[in-house]
Ligand binder design. Structure first.
Ligand SMILES: *Cc1c(COP(=O)(O)O)cnc(C)c1O
Length: 377
């Protein structure tokens, strides 16, 4: 097997999706599986659909094309506002898109006309996180504009919080979304199909509130992929945190001094190296140090979760230096790391990291990753 690689346990992705679908269904909320952190992996998308996702979504049109090439039956939503330069591809590849402005709506309508199709539109509302979204007072007018475009179908309203500014989804902002849905419907154009309340950060709210209002859909990536909610990065109960692991190979093992010597300036990435004082109380302490063939070209090292008894000491473009403690690690061994969201995203988009997707992957003998304990009981 090649390394570095990401082992993907599709059974756990399916199980995580199923768990969330089963918890949200009684509240009238369906799950759209978001694949963007996996580069639109068709195998991951298929596992989400097996787990009960009502459709799939991704932020990149290329990823939606990959998903559609494998399975055209699941709906495919573009969850970033379409680029004007890509409207033809969007209409051809995505079954719906999230939108915020008339210039794009007009261009989508014209593209759909050229292709003799219709395209579903969800209008995104700004509710405080200050990323994408239409101002509250303009929503009714934008809904009317959308409805006048003959090739567009206004399928609903949505919002996205907790991304740019970490604004927490709660009864207040979700209630505002529900109120806007009622307002648009009372404009006399029938019931909206989609009220898309947000992303994985909405789960603590959706699973605990006494009233979800009109919200009937969440767009879920991180919680399905990593078992975490993004507000506090706690593990949600009942979800697997280890569907993904990053496997890297050891290329050097040596006993070395804990501290560098010589005058010291910047490191490869311009930081002052953190000297491992806690590990090296005395000048002549030594460390059993291993180098893995893994670096910043492969992964965001800050998001790596090392195996128990192994500490990450430093990194550069192509080397990850770890303290292997008492482990009997040799050159050629593989170590498996857990991944946070940023690390997963970077590793899945690195051309150097291959992906091995199986229903039940074999774990490398040496290292099972250590996972944070669930905090939400
Ligand atoms: C990334 C994204 C999501 C999914 O977010 P997760 O935190 O991974 O669940 C949903 N909606 C939009 C608009 C996004 O950009």
């Amino acid at each position: 097997m090649t390394s570095p690689r990401i082992d993907v346990d599709l059974g756990k992705i399916e199980a995580n999706t199923r768990h969330l679908v089963d918890q949200l269904a009684p509240r009238g909320i369906r799950v759209v599986g978001i694949t963007k952190a996996t580069l639109g992996s068709p195998a991951v998308g298929a596992a989400m659909v097996r787990g009960g996702a009502s459709g799939l979504g991704d932020s990149r049109i290329q990823n939606l094309a990959r998903l559609g090439a494998r399975d055209r039956s699941a709906s495919r939503t573009l969850i970033r506002s379409p680029m004007l330069s890509q409207v033809d591809q969007v209409v051809r590849t995505a079954t719906s898109s999230l939108n915020t402005g008339t210039a794009v709506l007009d261009a989508l309508d014209a593209a759909a006309r050229r292709q003799r199709r219709t395209h579903d539109v969800v209008l995104m509302v700004e509710l405080g996180d200050l990323r994408e979204g239409i101002a509250i007072e303009d929503v009714a007018a934008m809904a009317a504009v959308t409805r006048k475009r003959g090739r567009l179908r206004l399928s609903g309203l949505g919002t996205n919080l907790a991304c740019r500014n970490g604004v927490v989804p709660d009864d207040r902002n979700m209630g505002e979304l529900s109120r806007l849905v009622d307002q648009v419907e009372s404009g006399g154009h029938g019931v909206l199909d989609v009220v898309s309340g947000g992303n994985s950060a909405n789960l603590p709210w959706a699973l605990s509130t006494s009233d979800v209002g009109r919200v009937n859909e969440l767009r879920i990536g991180e919680a399905i992929l990593l078992g975490t909610e993004p507000l506090h990065r706690t593990l949600l109960p009942g979800l697997h945190p280890d569907a993904f692991s990053l496997v890297a190979e050891v290329i050097e093992v040596a006993v070395k001094p804990a501290r560098p010597w010589g005058d010291r300036a910047q490191t490869a990435f311009g930081h002052q190296a953190a000297v491992v004082r806690q590990l090296a109380p005395t000048r002549d302490r030594t460390i059993r140090q291993a180098i893995l063939a893994l670096g910043c070209q492969d992964v965001d090292v800050d998001g790596l979760i090392p195996p128990p008894g192994i500490a990450i000491l430093g990194t550069s473009s192509d080397h990850l230096v770890v303290d292997v403690g008492d482990h009997a690690v040799s050159v050629g061994d593989e170590l498996a790391f857990g991944l946070g969201y940023g690390a997963l995203l970077r590793a899945m988009t690195s051309p150097f990291v291959s992906q091995v997707e199986t229903r039940r992957p074999a774990r490398p003998v040496l290292a099972a990753a250590r996972w944070p304990a669930p905090i939400i009981a």
